[in-house]
Ligand binder design. Structure first.
Ligand SMILES: [Zn+2]
Length: 207
């Protein structure tokens, strides 16, 4: 299936571009009533189509040579909450995770594409990975329309209508965190004037 290849390709790309480390991170897509997810403890650079595990929408393993990621509950909860979401990327990018550790917020009006493509970013409190509490903490932000999450002392999760967009949000988030770190930008400092951002957003919406 083309989407399985796409999931493998973009998961490998995330590892190759240092958006996650070691065996960290987990990625999935949903098609009809199935969730296709990366397996547990895998260095994503070496991921293959045969490693992908197929789950029901409630999280039972339907097919897989491997065990699913221990974070499968987060993926199940996100798809259950947002029927328009078809892909979830979770990773530990260095700069975005550093902001999550420092409990610092990122400037959403630093670049036009960030204001358009990432905002609003939701900052989630620490919860033990792999648990229902960890999965449940996403619901409020998702229902409020957020598609980008920075997870305190952990990493980041991005969700979208397809694999490429979920990946792109993750990479753009890390780009924002790197620029913010290098320039010292923060909310209210070095950002584009809010009126200009709104002008841009209206322009994008009407074109
Ligand atoms: Zn993680």
């Amino acid at each position: 299936m083309d989407e399985i290849k796409k999931l493998v390709d973009f998961s490998r790309l995330a590892w190759d571009r240092k958006l996650t480390e070691g065996t960290g991170g987990n990625m999935s897509f949903k098609k009809e009533d199935r969730i296709y997810i990366t397996p547990t403890t895998t260095v994503k650079h070496f991921l293959g189509g045969e490693d992908i595990v197929i789950l029901s929408t409630s999280g039972e393993v339907i097919f897989g040579k491997r065990q699913p990621s221990s974070e499968y509950r987060m993926h199940v909860k996100i798809y259950e909450t947002c029927p328009d979401v078809s892909a979830v990327f979770h990773a530990h990018p260095v700069y975005a995770t550093s902001y999550a550790i420092m409990h610092k917020k990122l400037p959403e009006d630093l670049l036009p594409e960030v204001a358009f493509f990432l905002a609003p970013i939701t900052y989630l409190p620490y919860r033990m990975p792999g648990t229902d509490e960890f999965a449940d903490v996403f619901v409020e932000g998702l229902e409020a329309g957020s598609r980008v999450f920075v997870l305190q002392n952990h990493g980041a999760t991005t969700v979208a209508e397809n694999i490429e967009q979920a990946y792109a949000k993750l990479e753009t988030l890390e780009f924002l965190a790197q620029l913010s770190y290098i320039t010292g930008a923060e909310p209210g400092k070095l950002e584009i004037d809010r009126q200009e951002i709104e002008r841009f957003l209206n322009h994008v919406k009407s074109s």
